[in-house]
Design a protein around this ligand. Structure first.
Ligand code: FMN
Length: 336
């Protein structure tokens, strides 16, 4: 099912307030729209007469071999979308050979989610809570359960205001280990060292960076990768679109660490554009929830396989038989 139809179908099966919670963004949803517009505004410059009889999408993300440079973004409370919740997303993604990032705000305990990976690598997203002991306990469970990287979200010292949720009187019906009031707004770059101590050998990805200077500081503090993100437009409304922020961050730190991007990635062509701008991989958020809502684990698997097929088609039409062939000259320059 096409991603646009998938969203419409999910809207049909979900309670209206749950649909709005997932679909919505902060305030006037300027950044939510900008993320989509920015990918659309970038145009591809395809190569002709390359042998694309075989297109190889395999790559690795922080050393994890994956079927394509696409991962499932961390999202709260999958139980809102489907009764099978996080284990269904995990099974669907793992069957598709796609890496999943489990949220601190998952609706089930980590010990109930981790077995669904069947020993395959996965990543755990971290929010620093005012009660550091609770964050530490979750991190320890995640590492014990097989998490091979920690993704520290930087753009949520406090939680953005989403007017759809205010108007709907939305309340989280799925119990989550972390609530908006648990966030520690005093977190600084120095806390990356706190997390490194807890993480041991497990690498740390910083998610939610839009500025090259911040990316450099994160790398200087020991970050193994940077995820360019504005939280899908759910945090600071008016924040720059991620497609527009990506190049400067790749220029600043791309030689030292892997850079990922999320926000508005909907098509295989968006993935090609992100790779051309220097991303190692992309994360996809809302469409995975739409797939889960409409089809459970099978729906997630089918959607991710479809997105990978779209990427293969886009690569073939761009004259790129492998990920390494996607170079910066494949796109028109992004807007500043
Ligand atoms: C319903 C929902 C819940 C989310 N929960 C989290 C979260 O718990 N932690 C986090 O780091 N990001 C969270 N995000 C942001 C996503 O990880 C990701 O940055 C964003 O969804 C990407 O944009 P896209 O939805 O346009 O693909 C959430 C996004 C959505 C839509």
């Amino acid at each position: 099912m096409d991603v646009r139809d998938l969203e419409a179908a999910a809207r049909g099966v979900l309670p209206a307030d749950v649909y709005d919670y997932i679909a919505g963004g902060a305030f006037d949803e300027l950044t939510l729209a900008a993320n989509l517009d920015a990918w659309a505004a970038i145009r591809l410059r395809p190569r002709v007469f390359r042998d694309v009889s075989k297109v190889d999408l395999t790559t690795s993300i922080l050393g994890v071999p994956v079927s394509c440079p696409i991962a499932v973004a961390p999202m709260a409370a999958h139980g809102l979308a489907h009764a099978d919740a996080e284990p269904a997303t995990v099974k669907g993604a793992t069957n598709a050979g796609v890496l999943s990032i489990v949220s601190t705000r998952a609706g089930l305990p980590i010990d109930d989610i981790a077995p669904a990976f069947g020993g395959e690598p996965w990543w755990f997203q971290v929010y620093v809570m005012q009660d550091r002991g609770r964050s530490a306990a979750m991190i320890e469970r995640a590492i014990a359960g097989g998490a091979t990287a920690l993704v520290l979200t930087a753009d949520t010292p406090v939680v953005g205001r989403r007017l759809r949720d205010v108007r709907n009187g939305f309340t989280m019906t799925v119990p989550t280990a972390n609530r908006p009031t648990d966030q520690d707004p005093s977190v600084t770059f120095d806390d990356i060292a706190w997390l490194r101590d807890l993480a041991g050998e497990v690498p740390i990805v910083i998610k939610g960076v839009l500025r090259a200077d911040d990316a450099s500081r994160c790398v200087n503090q020991g970050a193994a990768a940077i995820a360019v993100s504005n939280h899908g437009g759910r945090q600071l409304d008016g924040a720059q679109a991620t497609a527009d922020a990506l190049s400067a961050i790749v220029d600043a730190v791309g030689g030292q660490v892997e850079v990922y991007v999320d926000g508005g990635i909907r098509r295989g062509t968006d993935v090609v554009k992100a790779l051309a701008l220097g991303a190692r991989a992309v994360f996809v958020g809302r469409p995975v929830m739409w797939a889960l809502a409409t089809g459970g684990a099978e729906g997630v698997e089918a959607f991710l396989n479809e997105l990978r097929e779209e990427l293969a088609l886009a690569m073939a039409l761009c004259g790129c038989p492998s990920i390494h062939d996607v170079t910066s000259d494949m796109v028109t320059p992004p807007r500043a």
